[in-house]
Design a protein around this ligand. Structure first.
Ligand code: SAM
Length: 172
């Protein structure tokens, strides 16, 4: 049986995060923690995952789904808005967000970019049922990155069940 489209979308995104064992990863707005499980498999025992989501309900669900990694100290899930999250600057190898519209805005992007190490990368995935809105969100993120003096390394695209997904890759 095929996995649901939402899981295949998150699989494609995680496949394109250029993850390596030992990476320190932040996910913004991870919802149920489905991508978190995939990321934890890839970053291995030395890797660290931090999920921030402003919803208590989503954070509880994500923590429960990934409770073994939480118990081992490899994963943390915190209720926080990204604009108020207390994450040390220059501490993360990878940051990603899927379906979090606010990341296309310069003020949010600036905060997240500040958490990256010099050779780190930020990945923003957008998908809407209306492909034009997906392209608009990706274009907004590219423009915001440019305003901040960051480099857009790539814009990766795929189609899952007829729905376009765009992944904007940004270097600080
Ligand atoms: C549409 S869901 C996407 C969930 C998952 N990333 C996915 O792609 O299926 C958006 C999630 O982002 C969270 N979120 C939205 N804006 C946020 C912000 N500014 N800071 C932290 N979390 C945020 C919401 O609480 C929600 O869980």
């Amino acid at each position: 049986m095929r996995a649901p489209a939402s899981e295949r979308r998150l699989d494609w995104i995680v496949d394109h995060l250029d993850l390596r064992p030992g990476h320190h990863v932040v996910e913004i707005g991870g919802g149920h923690g489905i991508a978190a499980s995939r990321v934890l498999e890839r970053i291995g025992p030395e890797g660290r995952y931090l999920g921030i989501d402003r919803s208590e309900k989503m954070t509880a669900a994500a923590r429960s789904r990934n409770e073994a990694a939480v118990a081992e100290g490899r994963a943390r899930f915190e209720v926080a808005d990204l604009l108020g999250a207390r994450i040390p600057s220059a501490s993360q190898d990878r940051i990603f967000a899927a379906r979090v519209a606010t990341l296309a805005k310069p003020e949010a992007l600036a905060v997240a970019l500040g958490w990256l190490v010099a050779d780190g990368r930020l990945y923003l995935a957008f998908d809407h049922p209306d492909a034009a809105r997906t392209s608009d969100s990706a274009a907004d993120a590219v423009q915001a990155a440019g305003m901040l003096g960051a480099t857009v390394v790539d814009v990766r695209r795929t189609v899952i069940d007829g729905n376009e997904v765009a992944l904007v890759v940004v270097a600080p």
